[in-house]
Design a binder for this molecule. Structure first.
Ligand SMILES: [Zn+2]
Length: 220
């Protein structure tokens, strides 16, 4: 399929003659705006067709006031390694260091201090396991106000953004690397603000969410 480049503002097709890759400029003849070609190129991967099928791990929920919540949850295969690893590592260190003290009913300061890194490690590992099992990313879109929640249950981290027909949505390479490969994130750019999220999501989920935001901006 030939890639079609569209103007981020008016969605007119930009002719290849109006694109200069080396100087990274693309000109839209319809509305007269010019853009960085790299930006238009990264938006070109977002298509309305993506919305025809909901990818694995994504659930759509209508919110009571007419908005939509896109909930992403997918079991990470890492848990199949993490659970036995944590059980062994934490189990041994915790019973060895604290278990013996509790059993004897004595408190040993040196031993307890020595055990602290293992205790912290255990807490970190358990949090990662909890996130792998129950963690979710929720993108809410409601009349120009959007948010991205990352966490478990109600515990987590929320970032906010706004969107309208001038908002640029693209799939962009980020500084997050997995096995030394730069991961793509969903980028939302307004005049004064910029948000990138979702680098850890599966590719089809990123494309679906990016297309949903694009649709919410009224661009499709
Ligand atoms: Zn245009």
């Amino acid at each position: 399929m030939k890639k079609e480049y569209k103007c981020p503002t008016c969605r007119s097709t930009i002719s290849v003659d109006d694109i200069n890759v080396s100087s990274d400029i693309a000109l839209c003849r319809s509305c007269g705006n010019s853009y960085a070609f790299s930006l238009i190129n990264s938006s070109a991967d977002i298509s309305e067709d993506t919305l025809n099928s909901v990818p694995r791990g994504i659930k759509l929920k209508q919110s009571f006031n007419g908005g939509v919540n896109i909930v992403y949850h997918r079991l990470s295969p890492a848990v199949f390694f993490l659970i036995p690893f944590t059980a062994l590592w934490s189990g041994l260190s915790m019973t060895g260091i604290y278990g013996t003290q509790i059993k004897k009913g004595t408190f040993n300061l040196a031993e307890s201090l020595f055990g602290l890194p293992f205790l912290i490690g255990t807490i970190v590992l358990l949090s990662i396991i909890l996130f792998c099992l129950f963690g979710k990313v929720v993108v809410s879109l409601n009349q120009g106000v959007g948010s991205v929640f990352t966490g478990v249950g109600t515990l987590g981290w929320t970032r906010h953004f706004s969107y309208d027909k001038h908002t640029l949505v693209s799939l962009k390479r980020t500084n997050v690397r997995v096995n030394n490969v730069q991961q793509v994130g969903i980028s939302i750019t307004n005049d004064s603000s910029k948000l990138i999220f979702g680098t850890m999501l599966k590719k089809d989920a990123k494309e679906f969410i990016a297309a949903s935001i694009m649709k919410a901006t009224g661009r499709f």
